[in-house]
Design a protein around this ligand. Structure first.
Ligand code: FAD
Length: 142
């Protein structure tokens, strides 16, 4: 069966403590187990980075709820694959990693990478918006 995989970044809408993240992780894990969705949710410096994978209908259901969740904002989809051959995280219904609290040396570069990805996507977003506005202006002038 083909696997759908979505990766995105977003920003906390308000400060979230360890207890908030832990209850979010727990309910996500239960919901995902029911829908056969797996993945990982990382937090760092007020940013989320999540990978969701599973049957397309299930991933779409979960993702549509996530998009509407007021606990985060500025959600940017990094990639959406419809036919991945395998799951990357078959054993994790939603593994949560708080990178700010992580001491494992292998995880430390991820903090900088997530921030860089978020900043880069915001920049691309702004540039795309500027291109659209320029084209609209051009159209209105012709
Ligand atoms: P409830 O948990 O009862 O939520 C009902 C409504 O209240 C939802 O609209 C929810 O967004 C909102 N809500 C719940 N708690 C709070 C709160 N503390 N503050 C403000 N609003 C709140 N869900 C998954 O099932 N799988 C995931 O992998 C997953 N990942 C997520 C990743 C992020 C970064 C975020 C922010 C949320 C994630 N969620 C995930 C939660 C998801 O957005 C929905 O809240 C959840 O799926 C709905 O669960 P529920 O039906 O049990 O309703």
């Amino acid at each position: 069966m083909a696997i759908k995989r979505i990766k995105y970044v977003s920003r906390f809408a308000q400060p979230l403590g360890a207890d908030d993240i832990s209850s979010l992780a727990q309910s996500s894990s239960w919901n995902n187990l029911e829908l056969d969705v797996t993945g990982v949710l990382m937090t760092s410096g007020g940013l989320f980075f999540q990978i969701l994978e599973g049957p397309a209908e299930s991933v779409d259901i979960v993702f549509s709820r996530i998009v509407a969740d007021p606990r985060h904002t500025d959600l940017l989809i990094l990639s959406s694959e419809d036919s991945a051959a395998d799951r990357l995280f078959p054993d994790w219904s939603m593994k949560t990693l708080d990178l700010d609290a992580a001491s494992h040396v292998r995880l430390l570069p991820l903090k900088a990478l997530i921030k860089a990805v978020f900043d880069q996507q915001r920049l691309l977003d702004n540039m795309t918006w500027a291109i659209e506005r320029s084209l609209q202006y051009e159209m209105s002038e012709t």
